[in-house]
Ligand binder design. Sequence first.
Ligand code: EPU
Length: 430
Amino acid sequence: MDRLIIHGGRPLRGSVEASGAKNAALPLLAASILVDGQVSYHRVPHLRDIATMMSLLVYQGAKVAVDDHNRLHIDSRPANQPEAPYDLVKTMRASALVLGPLLSRFGKARVSLPGGCAIGARPIDMHLKGLEAMGAAITVENGYVNASAPYGLTGSRICFDRVTVTGTENLMMAAVLAHGETVLENASQEPEVVNLAEMLRPLGADIAGDGTSTITIRGVDALHGGTAEVIPDRIETATYLAAGLITGGDVMVTDTDDRMLEAFLSHLREAGATVEVHAGTIRCYAKQPLKGTDVRTMPHPGFPTDLQAQFMALMTLAQGSSTIRETIFENRFMHVQELVRLGANIQLNGNTALVRGVEYLSAAPVMATDLRASASLVLAALAAEGSTEISRIYHIDRGYERIEEKLGKLGAEVERRSGSNHMLTGGDFG
Ligand code: EPU
């Protein structure tokens, strides 16, 4: 299993470019199933989860190619296998994103249920209820969701019990070629949902209201081929800004978009950081130690759960205390005990962590448990005195492109050591 060795204590300085967003790219790739033509994708990040989605599309019969300019071309017209097998879904929950598109296109789909996950139970019941409201017959047997709608899906009014990002994306994709109008209420307002609508509209889809809590989709007969551009990764952007701050450095992230990170940046300002935003770049530094700042995770435009662990790492070295409340996932605190191993003072009480700032962190062997937890350990290790070894680093490879190279560019000393017993198991999967 690969490990990262981080020699901490060096202030990170300089600029680094944001990659395309994993969580935006995944639904965009799944949407190719709906398209009667080829889609050419720009800015798809090189990540393990993306490779998994590509394998899934290839398994279904799509033609997938990468050109010399790093563009990905997908032609799903030859696809003839409306199935997502367990072996692929268990390594990436987002594989469930193919359910809506497969059902819409083939009138049937067989998709493995994702199962549990390191950060919470993460059921997909709202995806299934929404598809049933659109006329699908759904059974769950032998670990698989079997969905059928032989006469096509029909538009419906669907109100989500709570905000779900991939649920909104799945139903939006299912509705694009359905008969009539679908209205999604209490829909996710996440930028990744907007990116999906922005991909589909120029291909012929009729979607309005994305970016608000009510999205209206009027079914059309077909979508034609075209291009799609993945938005910058807001979580990666924020992680590098946090890396600058936690090491007392000064980092600028380029090719990004501050409008997707307002809640995070306003919490940084509240903590005493200087945040400078200019035409697709964000720069952060602090003239004095950060102050303890409270955070509560919420759906967009609130503070993202995918940055909770990284913000907690920052707060471990802040002056005073911070209360960090997780409201999206019930078990997203696996990083707490690992941060404590590095010297942090954190007390957990239900869904709330009380972080009391300490003077310094010190190196220790720690273990990554899920993607964003690993990012918080990288941040803490960058600030810690000594050399920290982070094992099970495959988690981070699911969501951070070329992380050693990017951190190295900012002056960090990071090495990857390979081991032979690389293991992929079911578990946390974004
Ligand atoms: N939920 C249900 N039933 C459902 C769907 C969701 O109860 O049918 C619950 C979930 O268990 C959770 C809450 O609703 O408690 C919100 O979950 P959501 O469906 O929004 O999460 P998701 O779509 O599975 C995406 C991201 C996650 C990110 C969450 C929240 C992708 C591929 N994944 O997951 O990203 O944390 O939204 O913003 O877009 C990550 O990148 O590390 C990651 C975990």
